[in-house]
Design a protein around this ligand. Structure first.
Ligand code: ADP
Length: 288
C-alpha cells in the first residue's frame, strides 16, 4: 500500500560560529552546510528507507528544487510536491563550539500548500493506504478529515506541539505519536492520558527511555537500545517513519516498534537528519 505524507520540506542552513551572536552583533561563520530537513521530509525519507512506498504531498519554492530532487533520490515519490512562487521553508541554524544552537525557522511554502494539491493527491489513494501529517504545514484538519472519509488509516505526529491543532484532528486519528514533552503538554491541555484520547494506537517516545504504546490492550513499554548518542535530531521522525512502514507492510505493532527502536538508536549515533537515516538493511543488521 502507500503512505501519503502531507508534510514540511525544509532547507537547513547550518552555520558554524565561534559563539551564538548577541543582539546587534555581526559575526562571520567559519563554515556552512546545507541539509534537507523538516519533519515531513524526514518522515518521508524514513518511510522510504524502511522500504515503504511513500508519496509526499507538499510545497517548495523555486529555490528549493534540490530538496525535491533529494527526496526523489532517497526513494520518495515527489509527484505531489508543487512549486510555488514563494520561498522554500528554511531553517537558519547557528551552532557554536559548545554545540549550543540558535534556530530561525521560516515556514515559507510549507504553510501555503494549495488545497487542490492535497485533493488531487488523495484522489489517487486507495482504501487501506496510510495518511500521515505533522504540525509544520497547513491543511492538517482538511487532510485528516478527507483521508478518514476516504477510508485511509490516519496517523498524526503532533510536532511541533500545538494543543488546539491536535485536538482538532483527534476524532479522525487511528494513530498518534508524540514525544514525552508533547504527551505531557497534551495531557495538560485535555486532562486525559494517552489511553483515553479515543485514538486506537498512541505511541509516546521517551528518548533514551524507549517508547510506550497505548492500545485497547493497555500500555506496553519498550526499552530503547543502548547506544552512545552524539546527535538526537531526527530520531523521532525516523522512529515514526519506521513504525508506519512496518504497519503498512502488515507487521504487528510490536514488530514495527522493534524496528523503529533500532532505527531511532542508529540515528542518534549519527550527525544530521534526513541525509543519514538508516535503511532497512542497516536497521535489520543492527544488533545490540
Ligand atoms: P523526538 O526526537 O521526537 O524528541 P525521542 O527523543 O523520544 O523523539 O526519540 C525517538 C526514539 O528514538 C526513541 O523512542 C528511541 O527509540 C530512539 N532514541 C532517542 N534517543 C535515544 C538514545 N539516547 N538512545 C537510544 N535510542 C534513542
Amino acid at each position: 500500500m502507500t503512505i501519503w505524507n502531507l508534510g514540511s520540506i525544509n532547507a537547513d542552513f547550518v552555520y558554524t560560529v565561534p559563539h551564538i551572536p548577541a543582539p546587534g552583533e555581526t559575526l562571520a561563520a567559519t563554515d556552512r552546510k546545507v541539509f534537507l530537513g523538516g519533519k515531513g521530509a524526514n518522515m518521508s525519507v524514513a518511510g522510504a528507507r524502511a522500504a515503504a512506498q511513500v508519496k509526499h504531498i507538499g510545497a517548495i519554492g523555486h529555490d528549493g528544487l534540490w530538496t525535491k530532487q533529494r527526496l526523489l533520490e532517497y526513494g520518495v515519490d515527489t509527484q505531489h510536491i508543487t512549486t510555488l512562487d514563494t520561498e522554500t521553508a528554511h531553517a537558519i541554524i547557528a551552532v557554536d563550539a559548545d554545540s549550543e544552537n540558535m534556530i530561525i525557522l521560516h515556514p515559507g511554502a510549507n504553510t501555503k500548500i494549495p488545497q487542490a494539491i492535497l485533493q488531487n493527491a488523495l484522489s489517487e489513494a486507495q482504501t487501506g493506504d496510510w495518511f500521515i501529517t505533522q504540525n509544520e504545514t497547513n491543511l492538517q484538519r482538511t487532510g485528516t478529515q478527507l483521508a478518514k472519509k476516504m477510508g485511509l488509516k490516519v496517523a498524526y505526529a503532533a510536532a511541533p506541539f500545538d494543543a488546539e491543532r491536535v485536538q482538532a484532528v483527534l476524532e479522525y486519528l487511528d494513530f498518534l505519536i508524540l514525544n514525552a514533552v508533547e504527551a505531557e503538554q497534551l495531557k495538560q491541555a485535555t486532562g486525559q492520558d494517552p489511553a483515553d484520547l479515543g485514538v486506537k494506537d498512541v505511541i509516546v517516545t521517551l528518548g533514551a527511555g524507549g517508547a510506550d504504546w497505548y492500545s485497547r490492550n493497555g500500555k506496553q513499554h519498550f526499552e530503547a537500545i543502548d547506544v552512545d548518542p552524539v546527535d538526537t535530531t531526527g530520531a523521532g521522525d525516523t522512529f515514526t517513519g519506521y513504525v508506519l512502514a512496518g504497519l503498512d507492510r502488515q507487521l504487528t505493532m510490536e514488530q514495527s516498534i522493534a524496528l523503529a527502536l533500532k532505527a531511532g538508536a542508529l540515528m542518534v549515533t549519527r550527525y544530521g537528519t534526513a541525509d543519514v537515516i538508516p535503511d532497512l538493511s542497516e536497521v535489520q543488521a543492527f544488533n545490540r
